[in-house]
Design a protein. Structure first.
Lengths: 487, 322, 355
């Protein structure tokens, strides 16, 4: 099915998320949609798949104009979307998920669905237990289930939104194989990504978006440098790393084991010295968050010892960790960091060390104003945090940290931020390092891991590899470790 | 204790738990769709009163049950409207409705206090009622009791065996995903909340027209709160919820034996026993220590999780299309 | 189901007249609906409202009885402001009033002291009783993960059982065991009342001081701000270093103290003994008061007065008109329900206007 998007516009308040985007995709091809976070890729694809409505423009399928009121209409017309976080039902079984949305009779036609599922599984070489709960599957397997479900509903155009973010290397190879097979069968594939390598490997044609606008379209063969220039407006160069004299050991993990109800990661050993940056790499949910929270005193490790600045911290309350200059920046900014409904002034009062009982609102407001300037937060002291953009929320979180920290733990420090905020966040962190803080961060972005880490800890399949020296590790090596090879 | 006595006890537990079963199943359906109707205690009072009043004035039991169901659905529609359309706090609205419906039942029920009125007639199913033991317990009751038992299995069948039931699970677990699959989430939530309310209303009428005949001030004595707790105790599963209702009924008949044993303790004290029991039951299903104890091995964890059940993922949350 | 929407009633942006409209609208509509209810049962609405009015304001004694209800309503509302700020639904407040009354009664029965000291001790006993019962609900929530609605509600019934047991059992009147109440306290335990009324200066002043104290504590102290943060997002509050469990328990305890004061005041000032219905339903009613005040302390005394007047005024209804006194409760419930709904309608309306 041939797809044409013509002059698509979409506004969110003052933001022009899609500004005159036109794309044409032939059937049997894989079309890349490349851009940074916030470039407008997801918006465009949600318009195409019926989740949101365009302000202006046209969508043509095989030359016929269509307008979808909702995703169900889109899928009936043959357009299906796989979301970055697969939009499925984790508490239900694979077969239930596959059934859901098929309209054939009042009773659940389990036998028919099972036959379909097995047929598709054979076709693509997938191996899913129909009775397994989706919550027990990996992201890669959930993608496979979604692909089969959309195909069974008659999808001819498949949109993949950042499908390689949370999956292992073998699963990625399998996914690419599947995508090529689908294209060969005549499907129209749109592949949304912010990763150059993926676009290069897979796509015959790539459209690049930047800040809501189309900056260009390239056809195979193209070079990575070309794409970079379209994505960022200039080519990026890795800055030389400032060398920092390492200080005392700040954090020491001895045979730590962290676990939650579904995962158990044993025998983590690590020593972090002042001025060091440790990157935690691996598929999301492989235990990085558990380790960070254990180091922050928010969760208890199941076994092993945590030492911070020479003191054994096992079973100590969170407050003692705070006292020792440990800070943790969670990924869920509004869920487990900031308090929606409170303004910036109130946040700064709550975060400050002094515990004066009575609040001097005027002084607090002045202090907030200067902090806002210092951290270049776009807002005023009375701004409620939920009204700030993601980048400004992250700035606010950083502004809440105490001035003298020994250990900063971060989870996806730059997720969802634009380039400028990303650079700013890291400049702040590196300045902290200069002042003697040790940094441990988890990221799904390998470039970030490589650029900033001194040493890298790879999490994969319930295990942790020995810490790697970032300078001596290649992308290939790291990719294999994340994928579970050579661990 | 002879066998006959035991059989009669079981039969009476089955009968007297009927209102609770209706309420528990109704609330389970609503909560499975993602809407908490906290007004249960008020709804039951009001529908019990209306049911009795209609039966008293018209002498028509069908009309009485119908009116009670309408009242239940009406109250539920306020809950549904305020939570789905207005996105208000479900606890606030539910609690205010609980008090309001209670007062309404007292206000309008005043002329009917302690009046003798009609009751649901006994109806033994010919043939089946003669089966030893089982017949006496299950088939020598009345139509309302049969309906309550049927409802348990009907609800189970609907939720887990039919296509609309699968949708019901979906809208409560992850409404965005259900929407992506073509389900009109908010319309469905509205419908299930209304149906749930109607069932609760039916339970109310069952109370005043069968289990505790007639009408008096705060006639149903907090049973709505018990029903809400049993929905949690039953892990949002109709059969386990019904089981919870029967266990509760059983414990109540035990306590009525205790009552006759300790005659110097006033009956009012015994009336509060169910609520202490409610706290203990909730403590049991939500206890962290038990959680940790059972998570030790995969097998025990699985058994524990299936025993306890988890709330629908999107319970009491608002669904908004982007 | 723990998030509480605490939207301010009066926003500065839209102006006073719009606010007045959105507040008066529900009240007028509620009056209309109760009028309909009266017509439905064949009563004369005008007569009913006149009776209600006279029942509340017809004589100094009646006004006194309104204030008599106002005092516990204010005490309980003050406590609930604290728990609501922390995002907690302290439905167990009824039981906390009862336990406060029991605490006061125990002091009155146990100690033979001069009036001033005895009454002060009774209030302390009441506060402790209420706080202890509230802490139990708090512990069930914080350590047992039982939602405070179920924990509190269950404890209300249990408190009821305890009172009945005491009245019929250990504290029964000499010779006869009846549910009408215990033997009256010795006169030293009677709170000083205005002549001919069941209300006196001490409890009125105490209620006003309590309200002012909590108003300033919630606004101007770190404690108040920390509670607010917990109420809006407990996880983030904990991340910020606020001891959330301790603060939640503290909020329960503070609310219990005020509920206990209400109970002690009822036992000492109004009944001079312990009776089964000692809470008078003021706890539940106070939840409605706070909801209708939009969680704003300055509005609480006025809303509480309105509720007290309706409650006391409706008592004369059955005597004069054979209309059930529950009419008062119906009116109160409908007003609050419509007010809460109108808040939602208003939010939706302004949202549609702005987009």
């Amino acid at each position: 099915m041939r797809l044409e998007l013509k002059h698509i516009h979409k506004h969110f308040g003052a933001v022009h998320a899609n500004d005159d985007i036109s794309i044409a995709v032939e059937s049997g091809t894989i079309h890349g949609l490349l851009g940074e976070n916030g470039a407008g890729k997801s918006t465009l694809m949600k318009i195409l798949s019926g989740f949101i409505h365009r302000d202006a423009g046209e969508i043509l399928l095989d030359g016929r104009a269509v307008a979808f009121k909702n995703p169900a209409e889109a899928i009936r017309a043959g357009v299906g979307m796989l979301h970055q976080d697969p939009l499925d039902f984790p508490p239900l079984t694979v077969l239930d998920n596959f059934l859901f949305g098929r309209e054939d009779g009042f009773m659940q036609n389990r036998a028919g669905a099972l036959a379909d599922l097995q047929r598709f599984s054979r076709q693509f070489g997938f191996d899913l237990d129909p009775d397994a709960l989706v919550s027990s599957l990996t992201v890669g397997e959930r993608q496979q289930l979604e692909i089969m479900r959309l195909l069974s509903l008659g999808a001819k155009i498949l949109i993949f939104d950042e499908p390689t973010t949370g999956i292992s290397l073998p699963q990625k190879i399998k996914l690419f194989e599947t995508l090529r097979l689908l294209a060969k069968q005549g499907m129209t594939i749109i592949f949304v990504t912010h990763k150059l390598q993926d676009a290069e490997d897979l796509c015959g044609k790539v459209t690049v978006l930047r800040l809501g606008k189309m900056t260009g379209q390239v056809t195979h063969p193209f070079t990575a440098d070309q794409l970079v220039r379209l994505m960022f407006g200039q080519s990026l160069e890795t800055r030389a790393r400032a060398s920092v004299a390492l200080g005392e050991p700040i954090l020491e993990l001895r045979d730590i084991c962290v676990a939650d109800y579904r995962l158990r990661v044993p025998e983590i050993n690590l020593q972090v010295r002042a001025g060091q940056v440790i990157g935690l790499a691996g598929i999301e949910g492989s235990g990085q968050r558990l380790l960070l929270r254990a180091c922050a005193g928010l969760d208890q490790p199941v076994a092993g010892d945590i030492w911070i600045s020479g003191a054994r911290m096992n079973r100590q309350p969170y407050r003692d960790f705070l006292e020792r200059g440990v800070a943790y920046l969670p990924a869920g900014r509004l869920e487990e960091g900031l308090v929606p409904g409170l303004n910036l002034t109130e946040h700064f009062i709550l975060a400050r060390r002094s515990r004066e009982f009575f609040i001097d609102w005027r002084a607090a407001q002045d202090a907030a104003q200067s902090r806002i300037g210092e951290y270049s937060i776009r807002g005023v002291p009375a701004s409620r945090v939920e009204a700030l953009s993601g980048g400004n929320q992250q700035r606010a979180l950083l502004a809440l940290l105490q001035p003298n920290l020994n250990l900063i733990l971060l989870e996806h420090p730059t997720r969802g931020l634009d380039i400028e905020s990303t650079m700013w966040v890291w400049s702040q962190l590196l300045a902290r390092r200069q002042r003697g803080a040790a940094i441990v961060f988890a990221s799904a972005d390998l470039d970030e891991i490589f650029e900033y880490s001194d040493r890298i800890l790879v999490f994969s399949g319930g295990r942790v590899a020995r810490a790697l020296n970032a300078q001596e590790t290649s992308v290939q090596q790291l990719g294999e470790l994340i994928g579970g090879k050579g661990l | 204790m002879d066998t006959n006595f035991v059989i009669l006890t079981f039969a009476s537990i089955l009968a007297e738990s009927a209102p609770l079963v209706f309420a528990v199943i109704g609330e389970t359906l609503g909560e499975k769709s993602g809407v908490t109707n906290l007004s249960l205690d008020g709804t039951i009072l009001l529908s019990a009163m209306i049911g009795f009043a209609v039966a008293f004035t018209t002498n028509n039991l069908y009309l009485a049950f119908l009116a009670a169901m309408l009242v239940g659905a009406l109250v539920a529609s306020i809950v549904a409207f305020s939570s789905i359309v207005l996105k208000l706090d479900q606890i606030a609205v539910g609690f205010v409705l609980t008090l309001l419906c209670g007062d309404l039942s007292t206000f309008f029920g005043n002329p009917f206090v302690r009046k003798p009125g009609p009751a649901v007639p006994h109806f033994a199913i010919p043939g089946l009622a003669e089966i030893p033991v089982v017949g006496k317990i299950f088939f020598d009751q009345n139509i309302v009791v049969y309906l309550s038992v049927l409802l348990i299995f009907a609800a189970w069948w609907w939720i887990y065996k039919t296509r609309p039931g699968l949708k019901l699970q979906g809208i409560g677990e992850r409404p965005a995903a259900a929407f992506a699959r073509g389900v009109n989430v908010n319309a469905q939530r509205f419908i299930y909340t209304l149906i749930g309310g109607a069932l609760v209303g039916f339970g109310g009428a069952t109370y005043s027209l069968f289990v505790k005949l007639g009408w008096s001030y705060h006639h149903t004595y907090g049973i709505g709160w018990i029903a809400l707790a049993i929905v949690i105790f039953g892990g949002w599963h109709p059969i386990r919820g019904a089981l919870g209702a029967y266990i509760f009924g059983g414990l109540q008949s035990v306590s009525s034996f205790a009552q006759s044993a300790f005659t110097d303790v006033p009956t009012q004290v015994f009336q509060t026993a169910p609520f202490a029991l409610m706290i203990i039951a909730l403590l049991f299903v939500s206890n962290e220590a038990l959680d940790r104890f059972f998570s030790g091995s995969p097998v025990s964890r699985k058994i524990w999780n299936s025993l306890r059940g988890t709330p629908p993922g999107a319970l009491s949350t608002v669904f908004e299309q982007e | 189901m723990s998030e509480i929407t605490q939207k301010p009633v009066f926003s500065k942006k839209t102006g006073f007249s719009a606010d007045l409209l959105w507040t008066m609208g529900p009240i007028i509509l509620a009056l209309l609906l109760t009028t309909l209810a009266l017509v439905a049962i064949g009563a004369d609405p005008l007569k009913a409202y006149t009776t209600l009015w006279n029942g509340a304001f017809g004589s100094p004694e009646k006004l006194g009885s309104v204030i008599d209800a106002w005092v516990p309503l204010v005490f309980c509302s003050v406590g609930l402001l604290v728990t609501f700020t922390a995002g907690l639904w302290n439905i167990g407040i009824e039981g906390q009033i009862v336990m406060g009354a029991i605490g006061a009664a125990w002091v009155a029965r146990t100690f033979d002291l001069p009036a001033e000291i005895l009454i002060a001790l009774m209030f302390i006993g009441g506060a402790l009783g209420g706080a202890a019962w509230a802490l139990l609900a708090g512990a069930l929530k914080v350590y047992g993960r039982v939602h405070e609605i179920f924990g509190g509600l269950g404890l209300n019934f249990v408190a009821m059982g305890v009172t009945l047991y005491l009245i019929i059992g250990p504290w029964k009147r000499a010779g006869i065991a009846s549910t009408s109440g215990t033997e009256p306290f010795r006169p030293a335990a009677w709170l000083l009342n205005f002549p001919g009324l069941t209300v006196g200066p001490v409890e009125i002043i105490l209620a006003i001081i309590s309200l002012a104290l909590i108003y300033f504590a919630l606004r101007g102290t770190l404690w108040g701000l920390q509670l607010k943060a917990i109420g809006k997002n407990a996880r983030s509050a904990f991340w910020l270093g606020i001891p959330t469990s301790r603060h939640m328990l503290g909020a329960f305890a503070v609310c219990g103290v005020f509920a206990g004061l209400a109970g002690a005041e009822q036992a000492s000032g109004v009944w001079a003994r312990l009776i089964p219905a000692i809470s008078g339903g003021y706890g539940y009613l106070a939840i409605l008061v706070v909801l209708l005040s939009g969680f704003r302390a300055p509005l609480v005394p006025f809303v509480a007065f309105f509720f007290a007047a309706v409650s006391k005024g409706s008592i004369s209804l059955p005597l004069d008109l054979q209309v059930d006194s529950a009419l008062g409760g119906v009116l109160q419930g409908v007003v609050v329900l419509l007010f809460v709904l109108s808040q939602g309608v208003r939010a939706k309306w302004t949202q549609t206007l702005s987009s």
